[in-house]
Design a protein around this ligand. Structure first.
Ligand code: AGP
Length: 607
């Protein structure tokens, strides 16, 4: 997610904004910029790269004495990292500039309409559409809040925007919908920001903005308006006791927990602008230039590999495309049969994993097409693939990958639906049913995550003693069992193995004893009865069993962890969240370094 800070006060705005952006750096970004008004002129300074590049640029400009301005760190979602795509974005007349965090889903249509009105665009971003849209309305209505209200009501998607305009020196206007925006209230100075750390050293008095509110700040005043009626809204002032570090985690104890809890929004952001359930349609222009794959070779590492394994059956069932899923470090060196019309799908959160990148390069050298599925815009895999679909999960800070897998699963569901419909083998009703399920999923996750964390805390206290643990699943849930084991291993340092439940009697069951708990995934599907009989074999040998299942499982287990019964394969998102939280609470209980586990790096850019 991007970082936003707006300042209106008595200090030099450049310094306050730069320091504020530095406190937002942890969120990850690829460019930065700021806008100030001085001597009735709008000044916009932007730079690709880190904030020091921006500082270098500012050093060569006339010293700014402005005491009002807006700043931004950009995590690219539309448009590669570059100075032109960096925020703030001025309007055509250079009378206003704005910064934005979020995704404007209907930016293509709005851009076309604005171009027909004579607007010329200088960037590839969805954000610049907002600048021109508000500017057009400002010319028509002559008043900033009216113009913002009229413009933002045409926008579909998520936004947190902050704007300065020559129409109101010393004022900052801001608004939000689905992206966070907070006011900081100081003495003779006020702030607006995407995150509390940006202004925490100056004030601990904050006002949390709600969706579709418009706010104005000046050095000595602030007001919150209803985004449609522009009626004044009374807002509660809150005192923040967090330190900067805990504020960077939005109050969560670790980035990993914050990122697990962000998963409902991650699903929304990954779906943003890509579905139309009324027409049972998936909108993936990124695929327009790629032919329907004859066969799919999914290549990835670690958690991304597990996401690919999870999606295999879905591609085969919904799109009737044969799928091979290979660990990238094996794919590179194995004898591979890749034929004309096959497609390599390189799945990577960072887009920089050495083995996955090497696999991509080898496939391309052999003349095969590669599609990247990445989270980081402009990453090596994204740039070198023949096409790329971005997962739009926002920066993932914790080494243990959580929300990235959630976004990869969401994106691959969309790919399977898209290709299934393109191939004419997927019923429209099935596609519509899945899309509706996906649209409902964030609310279900939001309702369940807190309770899941409490259950995970209880189970962690009971099982943190174990030295080894099995994770068992069948079908789509076998890859989730692998992921549950990886999560537990990498952050709690407890040995864990993910296994296909049907394989237990082919050897592993020899390990079962009271010291070796089994964590089983038992969705209510055709394989449940077989899985339950596998579990009874474990229990009769004294192995403790934690069974994750929908309500109503009438079975004798050591622990039954109930989660809502939703349809396959969407229940995979609930099972994944439970596994993530179990591993998280085990590591917390054991006092491990959850976000920076020993021996691990966030992106494995070496072989
Ligand atoms: C998962 O928690 C690990 N951090 C690791 O397995 C990771 O998934 C793997 O290195 C792949 O990273 P990528 O998705 O950035 O390619």
């Amino acid at each position: 997610m991007c970082g936003i800070i707006g300042y209106a006060g008595h200090r030099p705005a450049v310094t306050v904004i730069l320091e504020g952006l530095k406190r937002l750096e942890y969120r990850g970004y690829d460019s930065a910029g700021m806008a100030l008004i001085q001597n009735r002129e709008l000044n916009v300074v932007r730079a690709k790269g880190k904030i020091r590049e921006l500082e270098d640029k500012l050093a060569f400009q006339d010293p700014y004495h402005a005491t009002t301005g807006i700043g931004h760190t950009r995590w690219a979602t539309h448009g590669l990292p570059s100075e032109e795509n960096a925020h703030p974005h001025p309007d055509q007349e250079h009378k206003l500039a704005l910064v934005h965090n979020g995704i404007i889903e209907n930016h293509t249509r709005l851009k076309r309409e604005l171009q027909q009105l004579g607007c010329s665009f200088r960037s590839d971003t969805d954000t610049e559409v907002l600048s021109h849209l508000i500017s057009q309305e400002l010319k028509r209505l002559g008043d900033v809040p009216l113009a913002m209200s009229a413009a933002l009501q045409k926008v579909e998607g998520s936004y947190a925007v902050a704007l300065i305009s020559l129409n109101g020196e010393g004022q900052i206007w801001a608004a939000r919908h689905s992206s966070p925006l907070i006011l900081g209230l100081g003495q003779g100075e006020n702030f607006v920001a995407s995150d509390i750390p940006a202004f925490l050293p100056y004030t601990r008095e904050v006002v949390f903005l709600e969706d579709d509110e418009i706010v104005q700040i000046t050095p000595s005043s602030w007001q919150v308006l209803d985004g449609s009626s522009l009626e004044h809204r009374n807002k509660e002032q809150v005192h923040i006791s967090w330190d900067v570090q805990s504020a960077q985690k939005s109050g969560y104890r670790h980035f990993m927990l914050k990122e697990i809890m962000e998963q409902p929004q991650v699903v929304r952001d990954c779906l943003a602008g890509r579905t139309d359930s009324s027409r049972a349609a998936t909108l993936l222009p990124e695929l327009d230039h790629l032919p329907l794959p004859r066969r799919l070779h999914i290549v990835a590492c670690g958690t991304s590999y597990h996401a690919g394994l999870w999606a295999r059956n879905i591609f085969q069932e919904w799109a009737e495309i044969p799928v091979e899923v290979e660990i990238a470090s094996e794919f590179r060196y194995n004898r591979r049969i890749i034929e004309e019309g096959d497609l390599i799908l390189a799945v990577s959160q960072s887009g920089e994993t050495a083995d996955t990148l090497a696999g991509l390069r080898q496939a391309r050298q052999l003349g095969h097409r590669v599609l990247g599925l990445c989270n980081v815009l402009g990453s090596s895999i994204a740039r070198e693939a023949d096409g790329v679909v971005y997962t739009q999960a926002g920066p993932e800070i914790s080494v243990a990958s959580t929300k990235a897998m959630c976004s990869q699963m969401t994106a691959m569901l969309l790919l399977a639906l898209h290709w299934g419909r393109m191939k004419g083998v997927l019923e429209e009703s099935v596609c519509r049913d899945v899309l509706r399920g996906l649209e409902d999923l964030p609310a279900i996750l939001e309702a369940e995550l807190e309770g899941m964390q409490q259950t995970a805390q209880r189970l962690a206290r009971k099982y943190a003693w174990c030295r080894s643990c099995f994770f068992l699943g069948r079908g789509d849930h076998f890859p989730l069992a692998l992921e549950g084991a990886l999560k537990l291993k990498e952050i709690s340092y407890i040995h864990a193995e993910g296994y296909a439940a049907g394989e237990m009697k082919h050897g592993p069951i020899a390990l079962v004893d009271p010291e070796f708990p089994v964590f089983a995934l038992a969705p209510d599907n055709a394989l449940q009865s077989k899985l339950l009989s596998n579990l009874q074999e474990v229990r009769t040998r004294g192995g403790p069993v934690i069974c994750l299942a929908p309500p109503g499982l009438d079975q004798d287990m050591d622990d039954i962890w109930e989660i809502p019964a939703i349809r396959d394969p969407l229940n995979g998102f609930l099972f994944l969240s439970a596994l993530q939280l179990f591993a998280y609470e085990m590591a917390v209980y054991l006092g491990k370094d959850v976000d920076q586990p020993r021996n691990l790096a966030k992106s494995v850019t070496v072989e």
